[in-house]
Design a protein around this ligand. Structure first.
Ligand code: SF4
Ligand code: SF4
Length: 172
């Protein structure tokens, strides 16, 4: 078996450079660490918030849960063109189109069923980008918890009930 190479041998301390007693006790480093700790203790700036009583502002471009919008007459704005479902990389939007009531003279179709499987959604915003009618929006809502998978399968009624971005006055 070969002898160990010279660079594998442990380095001995340079002659004449004995560490002082305080260095041997690590005192300077301990004091430096304590100074840093106390500096942060008395610092007025806080980086945490007491959620959920207090909430941090959410940027306007935050992408949270979806909402379907209504037009001025309170009807669903969606015209069931399927562009959002086609653009969705997760294939989690499921739409059934139906003919509009006779009094809806401005369009031929509307979604009789509009569902999003939120557990598959990756919040990419492609559906919002693809929509030619500004009918779907990713809101600032992110804190909705659920106990079952079914609750995260949003239907048309749930999507129409979602608050719009502008309904979050406390969020930047
Ligand atoms: S945000 Fe992305 S993944 Fe989610 S439904 Fe829209 S397109 Fe699909
Ligand atoms: S939400 Fe927009 S893109 Fe999706 S089907 Fe309705 S109109 Fe078309």
């Amino acid at each position: 078996m070969d002898a160990a190479a010279p660079h594998d041998e442990p380095e001995s301390p340079p002659a004449g450079e004995k560490p002082s007693l305080s260095e041997e006790l690590y005192l300077p480093e301990i004091l430096k660490g304590l100074a840093t700790t106390f500096k942060h203790l008395i610092r007025p700036e806080k980086f945490t918030v007491e959620y959920p009583e207090k909430k941090k502002p959410i940027p306007q471009n935050f992408r949270g849960e979806h909402a379907l919008k209504r037009d001025a007459q309170g009807r669903v704005k969606c015209v069931a063109c399927f562009l959002c479902a086609t653009a969705c990389p997760s294939e989690c939007i499921h739409i059934t189109a139906g003919p509009t009531p006779p009094e809806w003279t401005d369009r031929e179709k509307y979604p009789t069923k509009f569902e999003i499987d939120m557990l598959r959604c990756i919040y990419c915003g492609m559906c919002e980008e693809a929509c030619p009618c500004d009918a779907i929006e990713l809101t600032s809502k992110f804190y909705q918890v659920s106990e079952t998978r079914e609750e995260k399968y949003f239907g048309k009624d749930t999507l129409l009930r979602q608050p719009m971005k502008r309904e979050y006055p406390d969020q930047g």
